[in-house]
Design a protein around this ligand. Structure first.
Ligand code: PLP
Length: 394
């Protein structure tokens, strides 16, 4: 039986999978079983923040695994407490953290905090959460409902929880707020929805308005967090102070971890939320190692240099292939190229893989780049060389 046959027979077929079998990774280069190398401009959909086989991360994981991988959240977990302190300090916000295992779970936690806030902090119960069209917040029943894309709300999984509605733009949110609205949930750069950043001033204005109204601002930083946009959090870049922030993807460098952080530390009481695995010894140690790699890079200006260089390369592509691409979009190392004709999106991604380059799609007209934060200039150069070959073969 081939690997593809084995997968198709025993794994539920929920993904439109590619069957290249990767067996090793070093930095931002992956190798398949035949030894062919691929430049990784996707980093596991924004997860491998410090690349593959990073010495600091792998040593931390191995050392921790040799001691304790997991006990339970009924005991204090030293690496978890340390990671929480580190995240809070790096964020600059006075918040408390709950650890989960994924982005969707982190968002579930955020919605639970908001619901409890709406139940207890107002005379009349508030429970409605407003999100945006083209948003993406996860695949659980509730986060699918929070996702502002109609195609995700198929009747196959109905009924969905009540209390979610979607606005076309930030400007439309104002008119949608009522005395049952408890929170507005947004990404600052819509990732899955097309790598679309929002305008900083527009977001700051909304944050101020919500604060005045006592409505919570939840920022889903599952994709934008952990230096992806150049700052530790995109909220730092936008200079706002959300009530609740969610994290996942890049935090564990590939070890599953999610986090919800809030300044409303007293909302959830003991027993009201929990997770068996969330923030265990292994994932917390991995999270700490990732931050220990990335923080010095941020301080030295190395992250800034990388994202400027990557952006420059994308601009060169847009200039050179203006017949194919409309513009460069995104922020930091969360980037995309808008294709002029949607039907070449798949061929660009497919050709790139053939040339030894892994890239992604977003929405219907964007090719997406989410390289690891530690990617080197030579890997970026090689990646774009292969990208040009892929385009030339269209
Ligand atoms: C902004 C955002 N929120 C939530 C999620 C869901 O995260 P997970 O797949 O870890 O549940 C994603 C995943 O792509 C995301 O990009």
């Amino acid at each position: 039986m081939t690997l593809e046959q084995q997968d198709k027979k025993y794994v539920l077929q929920t993904y439109a999978r590619n069957y290249t079998n990767f067996v090793k990774g070093i930095g931002s280069t992956l190798y398949d079983e035949s030894g062919k190398d691929y430049i990784d401009f996707a980093s596991g959909i924004g997860v491998n923040s410090v690349g593959h086989g990073n010495e600091v991360l792998t040593s931390a994981i191995c050392e921790q695994a040799k001691n304790i991988i997991h006990i339970s959240n009924l005991q204090v977990i030293e690496p978890q407490a340390k990671l929480a302190q580190k995240i809070v300090e790096l964020s600059g916000y006075d918040m408390g953290i709950f650890f989960a295992n994924s982005g969707a779970e982190a968002n579930e936690g955020a919605i639970k905090i908001a619901r409890k806030y709406g139940e207890t902090k107002f005379d009349k119960k508030r429970y409605k959460v407003i999100t945006l069209e083209h948003s993406f917040h996860g695949r659980t029943i509730t986060t699918v409902k929070a996702t502002g894309q109609e195609s995700f709300h198929t009747p196959n999984f109905s009924p969905y929880p009540d209390g979610f509605s979607y606005e076309k733009s930030i400007a439309d949110v104002y008119g949608a707020l009522d005395d049952e609205t408890v929170a507005v949930l947004i990404e600052l750069v819509q990732g899955e929805g097309g790598v679309q950043p929002f305008d900083k001033e527009e977001i700051q204005k909304l944050a101020l308005h919500l604060k005045e109204k006592g409505i919570l601002l939840i920022v889903d930083e599952v994709q934008t967090g952990i230096y992806r946009t150049g700052e530790f959090l995109a909220s730092n870049l936008y200079e706002i102070e959300p009530d609740i922030i969610t994290l996942a993807k890049g935090l564990g460098g590939g070890v599953p971890i999610g986090a919800v952080m809030t300044k409303h530390k007293d909302v959830l009481s003991t027993g009201e939320h929990g997770s068996t695995f969330g923030g265990n010894y292994l994932s917390s140690s991995a999270g700490m190692a990732v931050l220990n790699v990335l923080k010095p890079m941020y301080d030295s200006g190395a992250i800034d240099e990388t994202l400027l260089y990557f952006s420059q390369c994308l601009q060169n592509i847009v200039k050179k292939y203006s017949n194919l691409f409309e513009k460069e979009v995104g922020l930091g190392l969360m980037r995309g190229l808008r294709v002029k004709s949607a039907d070449i999106q798949n061929s660009i991604v497919g050709n790139s893989l053939e040339e030894g380059l892994i890239i992604l799609k977003a929405g219907r007209n964007t090719v997406r780049f989410l390289p690891s934060i530690t990617i080197s200039k030579s890997e970026i150069d090689e990646g774009f060389k292969r990208f040009e070959k892929a385009i030339d073969n269209l």
